[in-house]
Design a protein around this ligand. Structure first.
Ligand SMILES: Cc1ncc(COP(=O)(O)O)c(C=O)c1O
Length: 241
């Protein structure tokens, strides 16, 4: 929340704010435009750098795209926008890019060199070849259509799979949604039962910076077909029964 952000920045004096505004990992949540503008305003007023990490933004399959924070008033010259081929081409490449203020670029190059000298030139050449020979936009259209069906398959079966009183969101893109079991449930403990039924999810607790909510979980919908997702949900229902 922008007000809470302002108070936190005043108290802690951080130099940099890191955000994943589109289909965030792990919640699948997207920051609405009004909040992006408010974040940009706080950043400008308090002199914060913003790192806007956007590996999932191209994976939107419903609703309208929301403008980057980098494009909001006040944030233009203080935002580093990151993205990656990991979610749209091949995760094994671990190749990404950065768009930032010119004044920051040299420092970024030095930091990258200090971290790993450089990204594999062979992998970079492979990605360049892929971009030259293939139509990435067409590939993305295929992926979006497939992921939309998979998200819908997960949403369609969740009410029957999770205990009564559970809640979850409905992301317009990305790779996962965020669910909460009724209070008193511990998703980390229940994972053993799920795995015994040959289905898995990611417990939410390790994602919390502060006190975790043990009832939360991240459910991915990208790897399996709608039919497989339906089978997985039947197994989850048995595990939680
Ligand atoms: C928010 C976020 N940023 C970055 C990455 C990874 O990007 P890369 O494979 O380019 O390191 C992920 C997931 O793998 C992610 O969830």
């Amino acid at each position: 929340m922008p007000d809470a952000l302002d108070a936190l920045v005043t108290a802690e004096r951080p130099k940099l704010l890191y955000l994943v505004p589109n289909f965030q990992n792990p919640t699948g949540r997207t920051l609405p435009l009004a909040r992006r503008r408010a974040v940009a305003e706080v950043a400008a007023r308090r002199g914060l750098w913003v790192v806007e990490d956007d590996p999932y933004g191209e994976l939107r399959f419903s609703g309208e795209p929301v403008q980057w924070i980098a494009g909001c008033a006040g944030a233009e010259d203080r935002t580093v926008l990151l993205s990656s081929f990991s979610k749209v081409m091949a995760p094994g490449l671990r190749l990404g890019w950065l768009r930032g203020p010119a004044a920051l670029r040299r420092a970024c190059v030095i930091a990258k060199q200090a971290a790993d000298l450089h990204t594999s030139t062979v992998d970079q050449a492979a990605a360049a070849r892929y971009l030259a020979d293939r139509d990435l936009d067409a590939h993305l259209a295929t992926v979006r259509d497939a992921y939309r069906l998979r998200r819908d398959a997960l949403l369609a079966g969740l009410a029957d799979a999770l205990p009564v009183g559970s809640s979850w969101n409905r992301p317009d893109g990305g790779m996962f949604l965020w669910a909460r079991l009724p209070s008193g449930h511990d998703a980390t403990a229940l994972l053993k039962q799920a795995v015994a039924h040959h289905v898995a999810y990611v417990p939410g607790a390790p994602f919390f910076a502060g006190r975790p909510d043990p009832a939360t979980m991240r459910l991915s919908f990208t790897t399996h077909s709608p039919e497989e997702i339906a089978v997985g949900l039947t197994r989850l229902a048995k595990a939680f029964a």
